[in-house]
Design a protein around this ligand. Structure first.
Ligand code: UDP
Ligand code: MG
Length: 308
């Protein structure tokens, strides 16, 4: 039984040596394993470091993506190449405590297909990021029906789940959501998010917003229902206003002033813009998916046998 640890990294050279030694120390005790690093287009010396480690140790393999594609694509690359009977996905910055890996493996040996790390405490985070996470998970649950409260990417997947994942053809993936969608026999393990020991978070607000929008629009067409909803509300409003205007006209006095006109223009204008924006988001998604480009390109790989 072999386990592949998939570790995406982007400019993490300062912490990689520590990550490698911590993971090896833990894994040597529990199972046969490979550490599969996915270098997501780092511009520091992460790749040089990985090359050196892979030359010294056959248990370390690595894929280098041709540029920075983002963590989701890096995870896809790892899942595509992983050979183990199970894979464990974890961050390279040790915020996902590797100490719970043996427990995860135990659950897998007991027959669970997915062992999910769930954040018991989100660690040090600003009020703003806590609030945005809450809003995002609330919306995601409302639209997709899957509750991802405190979910993380720290997961163990059995090989059959990995093979099932490989059938997914969509370009824009949302690993956390898709793994909830997949089902299978699962169990959760709570963990406490550790402080980042070195470097800083690689997720900018822009990247997070992009991921949130693509996660929601990729999972549900419900936001599009805002178009008929707004139409309905406006229709009712317009009927009332039309009746009032007609009655006034019959009684011989016209509706007064610009206020009504201004209000109507603003109301109809914003309803049209909101509807168009929703439609635009979905068209952008369709456009991105239909081109069917690969999710990422690989420029180099180390200690990997499959060239798929
Ligand atoms: N990461 C990546 N590509 C990116 C951004 C991040 O591979 O474009 C990796 C990063 O190296 C780390 C993991 O994804 O191993 C989580 O990123 P980070 O720690 O920056 O995010 P946070 O912990 O703040 O959510
Ligand atoms: Mg982190």
């Amino acid at each position: 039984m072999k386990i592949t640890l998939i570790i995406p990294c982007f400019n993490e050279s300062r912490i990689l040596p520590k990550t490698i030694s911590r993971l090896m120390q833990i894994m040597n005790e529990v199972a046969d394993y490979t550490l599969l690093f996915v270098d997501d287009g780092s511009t520091d010396d992460s790749w040089e470091l990985l090359t050196k480690s892979a030359q010294q140790n056959p248990k370390i393999s690595a894929i280098r993506l041709s540029r920075n594609y983002g963590k989701e694509a890096a995870l896809c690359a790892g899942l595509e190449k992983a050979e183990g009977d199970a894979v464990i996905i974890l961050d390279s910055d040790l915020q996902h405590p590797p100490e719970i890996i043996p427990e995860m493996i135990n659950f897998w040996r007991q027959g669970y297909d997915i062992v999910e790390g769930v954040k018991q405490s989100r660690g040090k985070e600003s009020f703003f990021s806590k609030l945005s996470a809450k809003i995002f998970y609330g919306l995601f649950k409302k639209f997709s029906g899957h509750s991802l409260d405190n979910a993380s990417d720290f997961k163990l997947l059995d090989r059959k789940v990995v093979l099932a994942w490989r059938q997914f053809k969509e370009r824009d993936t949302f690993f956390r959501g898709l793994s909830a969608w997949m089902g299978f026999k699962r169990i959760v393990i709570p963990f406490i998010v550790q402080d980042r020991e070195d470097g800083k978070s690689k997720w900018s607000f822009r990247k997070l917003l992009r991921l949130s929008i693509s996660a929601i629009t990729g999972f549900s067409a419900k936001p599009l229902l805002i178009v008929p909803l707004l139409t309905f509300i406006l229709l009712i409003f317009c009927i009332i206003l039309a009746v009032q205007t007609l009655i006034n006209w019959c009684l011989g006095h016209a509706v007064e002033g610009f206020t009504t006109v201004i209000l109507l223009v603003l109301l109809i204008g914003s309803a049209i813009m909101i509807s168009l924006s929703m439609i635009a988001l979905y068209i952008a998604n369709i456009f991105n998916e239909i081109k069917d480009r690969p999710r990422y390109l690989i420029s180099e790989q180390l200690n990997l046998t499959n060239d798929k």
